[in-house]
Ligand binder design. Sequence first.
Ligand code: SAH
Ligand code: SF4
Length: 388
Amino acid sequence: MIPDTEPDREQPDPTSTGSGGARPWLLGLGKDALAEGLEGLGVPDGKALMRARQIHHWLYHRGASSFDAMTTLPAELRDQLSAGYRVDRPAFVDEQHSTDGTAKWLLRFADGQDVEMVHIPNVQQGGPDVERGALCVSSQVGCSLTCTFCHTGTMPLVRNLGAGDILAQILVARDRLGEWPTPKGQRRISHIVMMGMGEPLLNYENVKQALLIAMDKDGLAFSRRKITLSTSGIVPKIEVCGRELGVNLAISLHAVRDDLRDELVPINRKWNIATLMEACRAYPSGDRWVTFEYVMLDGVNDSDAEARDLVRLLKGLPAKVNLIPFNPWPDAGYRCSSPERIETFARIVERGGYPSPVRTPRGRDISAACGQLKTASERRRRKSLVPA
Ligand code: SAH
Ligand code: SF4
């Protein structure tokens, strides 16, 4: 699709924790790995795990961004750690605020790559004490898949994010909102949604490592019920994700026939709708439902017949359908279905027994809505390809 940037689609080392620069970056390392590193610094065996737990607590419960802040560690150890390792944040490059309260934040990692994340506050119930919100986190810079209605899909995959890069998005968001130490009760970031740039199940090991740390009760303490992972349908990894993480699952379905889904979500050519539905039926969601995301594209996938087929497809599966009005971007080549069409579609699906809320677009005015994210990582490089 963008031949001059094709080599960048190569997958980098999936075991890297992140892009912290020359001195190893400790964000994204589990407590055991931290303890091993501490033993390497001469911390005696018996104390390494205890010190690792302290560091973990400082990083993910207190939000420390330097070893100097970790005052429960001996000064000598803090100096040693500062000399050999880093725990700093990626650079905060830009922020934009939507009239609806949504914020989009741009981060730059040590290797110069940019990523966007979005905070979507839920203020409908009013009053700061009941304030909640979702943080939409990216898993890759760009995306290797090319869903035709998605702006991120027009970027090449620049690189996978390491576990540290993924976690750093949560840490920076908490910094911005002043939400340290991890609150016990209401939080402005109450939910994490892996719905930013990239396909999380094509960077599974890093996403897993990051979410395991995010779920640790001694740190960021997000319950798996408050985390949703959205996938375009990387079928073999859906089962693994259910077994190892057990977070909420969202599927970007968008079409009920293979011929149309092959076009809109090309990964469907590898794992078709029947295979995808089988994986969803096997997903251990317990009392929670699988969410199906369905973008409403005028005249493409929004007929009454398709709504009825959707109900047939979901039969027997505890599910909810999120109808997403198409969010426009330059040269997209699609239009959003009319509000009346979306209403009619929703009614048919609801009558079929499936809740089908229409998702109110959030942050459209700052290009922060679903499928609008795209960073300068590519824009910069593409510019440099223009002959002087
Ligand atoms: N790559 C993952 C995570 C992205 S989640 C996935 O595809 O599931 C973002 C959601 O927004 C997905 O359901 C995606 O299909 C949808 N989306 C993409 N572009 C969109 C657009 N222009 N308007 C509305 N929704 C869009
Ligand atoms: Fe990638 Fe998801 Fe966009 Fe498809 S919808 S191109 S998988 S980010």
